[in-house]
Design a protein around this ligand. Structure first.
Ligand code: REX
Length: 424
């Protein structure tokens, strides 16, 4: 087992070469389970090549060039570790970005919530195709099932569309607020449904607010305790916290800088907040090490039964290169490899956390800004650099072709509602 640490500004040529040699053996890709009828199955069959540290660093630098104070990535591959960090993690002190520091993971929290619920399925306490109202009487449209929640097919309106229509005023109005789940749900129910339950993908934080309500109802504890007992403690995730409604990120952490809507306005330090507007949809704090450990364990089948993992990996189409399973995203990369994980956006932090289908290689990448679609669009390049580096013999043309893949329009804005999408 070899561990290579590659950090800011090191002359890392030799270390990188030896790391590449360590990472080079091909993965045996795990075939994804059958998709539901009419749903596109991920490519998934191609084998990842060795990561390309040069392309990875270029992706991080691109995030900085587009306005992020800093960016970092950590790749874990069967005991080998590659860390890269560029720029600033704390503008107040001038401290450099670090791939070891904690940060707000946003919607990667949805995968945590899903794992808890699927463990409850495994224990026979919850059924995916049962209406939510069987567990929480009268709560939502009676046609909405647990599976619809976790695959974003309920039609429950995303209340954050309105909450953050004006980015900084919206954020400041909730920065110190403490919401009850019911309050957040009521914001959603005040609006008409977006789709008929069970039909198409329509991303909404509301779905995972209801997931949090289910966790609390079925476990008799708050979601933080459920995460702790079922995921954080068993996996020894020492950097992972759910501190809601406290506002501080514990220990060494990356500070988050929210970009205002007004061109040229200074970034807002958005690190301290309750994240009460998201809770079970997005309030977990973690690190690259812990997210890689978590996703690897999940995909290796260490957190749920094989049947539940197969349910998580049954895809509703998002677009031609992405699917949403249960609390899990699939992204099909330019080289035919599919990766599995989640993206996250909370004010000041963009996160990408994805692993190969067999869980053997995982990457977490973070940029410490948000409300900046151009920075967001640099992060898919970290996945390409991690799983799709062209083999040395392929020649420069092939390398350029693989890395120059332009995201399709629907991918540029991830799941931002049209009113929130940034086009600059
Ligand atoms: C809220 C607004 C973004 C952020 C949001 N975050 O819905 C959830 C999440 C928890 O992580 N979703 C991502 C704000 C997309 C996911 O599931 O992958 N934007 C910002 C605005 C826009 O205020 N006016 O960019 O920080």
């Amino acid at each position: 087992m070899v561990s290579a640490k590659v950090s800011r500004g090191t002359a890392a040529g030799a270390a990188l070469l030896s790391l590449c040699a360590v990472l080079a053996p091909a993965h045996s890709a795990v075939a994804a389970p059958e998709a539901r009828s009419g749903e596109r199955q991920g490519a998934g069959a191609a084998e990842p090549t060795a990561p390309d540290p040069v392309a990875l660093r270029a992706a991080l630098k691109a995030a900085l060039a587009n306005g992020a104070p800093g960016a970092m990535a950590r790749i874990d591959d069967r005991g080998s570790v590659l860390r890269q960090a560029e720029g600033i993690g704390d503008r107040g002190t001038g401290r450099a970005m670090s791939a070891d520091d904690r940060f707000r993971i946003g919607s990667v929290s949805k995968t945590f919530s899903t794992v808890v619920l699927l463990q409850l399925v495994d224990e026979g306490r919850l059924a995916l195709d049962t209406p939510v109202n069987s567990y929480l009487p009268g709560l939502v449209d009676p046609r909405i099932t647990v599976r619809h929640l976790l695959s974003h097919r309920t039609g429950l309106y995303d209340y954050t569309n309105d909450m953050f229509a004006a980015t900084v005023p919206g954020f400041e109005s909730v920065r110190n607020r403490v919401f009850g789940y019911r309050e957040l749900l009521d914001l959603s129910l005040a609006k008409p449904p977006t789709v008929t339950p069970g039909t198409t993908y329509s991303y909404s934080n509301t779905n995972f607010v209801v997931a949090g309500m289910l966790i609390e109802k079925l476990t008799g504890t708050d979601v933080g305790t459920a995460y702790q007992r079922r995921i954080i403690d068993p996996l020894d995730l020492d950097d992972t916290y759910y501190v809601h409604p406290s506002t501080a990120v514990p220990g060494r952490h990356i500070k988050g800088y929210l970009r205002p809507d007004e061109a040229g306005a200074p970034l807002v330090d958005s690190t301290r907040q309750t994240v009460s507007w998201a809770q079970s949809a997005g309030a977990v704090i973690s690190s690259g090490r812990d997210l890689n450990t978590f996703l690897s364990a999940l995909l290796r089948g260490e957190l749920t039964s094989a049947g539940s993992l197969a349910e998580m990996r049954t895809w509703t189409p998002v677009n031609s290169t992405q699917g949403y399973g249960l609390g899990l995203r699939r992204r099909d990369l330019s080289c035919g490899v599919s990766v599995y994980g989640h993206t996250g956006t909370v004010q000041g932090y963009y996160t990408f956390a994805f692993a190969s289908g067999d869980g053997k290689r995982a990457i977490t990448a973070v940029a410490n800004t948000s409300n900046n679609g151009t920075v967001l669009n640099t992060l898919p390049r970290t996945l390409e650099a991690t799983f799709c580096a062209a083999p040395p013999a392929a020649g420069a043309g092939a390398v350029t072709g693989a890395r120059a893949a332009v995201p399709e329009p629907s991918e540029r804005y991830e799941d931002m509602a049209p009113g929130r999408a940034l086009r600059r």
